[in-house]
Write a protein that binds this ligand. Structure first.
Ligand code: GUN
Length: 280
């Protein structure tokens, strides 16, 4: 029977720590850290994520701003807003919720965010920093995943870690973080031949593909740590991960639930990153 890794509880503990840091930073510097969240359009999932980010900021006592722009906002107008936020000394962190409407070039927008306000860690300067082992802002979901693994007490050194999914937001950065902890890392993806043969080697398995139930119990090494980054809607509208919980939980040593695993940790790490940006 796998033990549940409670991301909700861990996230609450981290947000509590951040709340205390906000109080002491305000005493020390005379102002609170401020996160600005930008959303363009009305993607319903993005609206939920953004609402939760602003709510978390309010819980920690930091300042937050929400810039909700209409779907037909031009790329130039968005870049202008980012330039203004970059120049605003009251704003410490800028997050532009992805995906953006099709007429806007995401890469251009991410590149425009000031490196030291890039709370998402998506700017090429931060990506390079991560891969070169420099002190930089680490993307929230990968950072949260490492905290979840650490909460099991397991040492990653020398372990086989398999990451399924090669996105810039999760797969690639989490692979680097696992490598930094001296795990032997395999980065698998949609073209991997015999995925089960690869995942069965994993002492730690991180799945970030976006396909409900992709990983079944027969693909899991007994006792493995299973981190499910998936956020899918079943036909009945239920939120479910990429891991088939019913068949994997009896095999795994530890497993994150969906919801209540990685999702809350992403938000907690966003708060941590905002504090880092403030200190910078
Ligand atoms: N869309 C999905 N995940 C994320 C994230 O971590 N940050 C931003 N900005 N957009 C996202």
């Amino acid at each position: 029977m796998g033990q549940i890794i409670d991301g909700k509880a861990l996230s609450a503990a981290i947000k509590e720590e951040v709340r205390e840091q906000v109080l002491s930073l305000e005493k020390q510097y005379g102002r609170k850290p401020c996160l600005c969240v930008v959303i363009v359009g009305e993607n319903p999932a993005s609206q939920v994520y953004v609402r939760n980010k602003v709510k978390a900021a309010a819980f920690t006592g930091m300042e937050s701003r929400l810039e909700a722009l209409p779907e037909d906002t031009s790329e130039a107008a968005l870049l202008e807003l980012i330039a203004a936020l970059n120049a605003d000394p009251a704003v410490d962190g800028i997050l532009v919720q992805l995906p953006l409407p099709k007429h806007i070039d995401e890469e251009k927008v991410i590149d425009a965010i000031a490196l030291d306000k890039d709370v998402d860690g998506f700017h090429p300067g931060n990506v390079a920093g991560l891969w070169l082992g420099k002190d930089c802002i680490v993307p929230c979901t990968p950072a949260g995943i490492l905290r979840l693994i650490d909460s099991t007490g397991l040492s990653l050194s020398g372990k086989q870690a398999v990451v399924v999914g090669r996105s810039n937001i999760v797969g690639k950065p989490v692979a680097k973080l696992l490598l930094d902890r001296n795990a032997t890392v395999t980065l698998a993806h949609s073209r991997t031949a015999d995925l089960g043969a690869v995942t069965r080697q994993a002492d730690v398995l991180v799945v970030a593909v976006g396909r409900a139930g992709l990983i079944t119990g027969d693909m899991v090494k007994p006792g493995a740590v299973l981190i499910d980054v998936g956020m899918n809607r079943s036909a009945e509208g239920k939120l479910c991960g990429d891991v088939d919980f019913a068949s994997c939980e009896p095999v795994a040593g530890w497993i994150t639930p969906v919801p209540g695993g990685v999702g809350p940790m992403t938000i907690a790490m966003l708060m941590v990153n905002t504090i880092r940006c403030f200190r910078k």
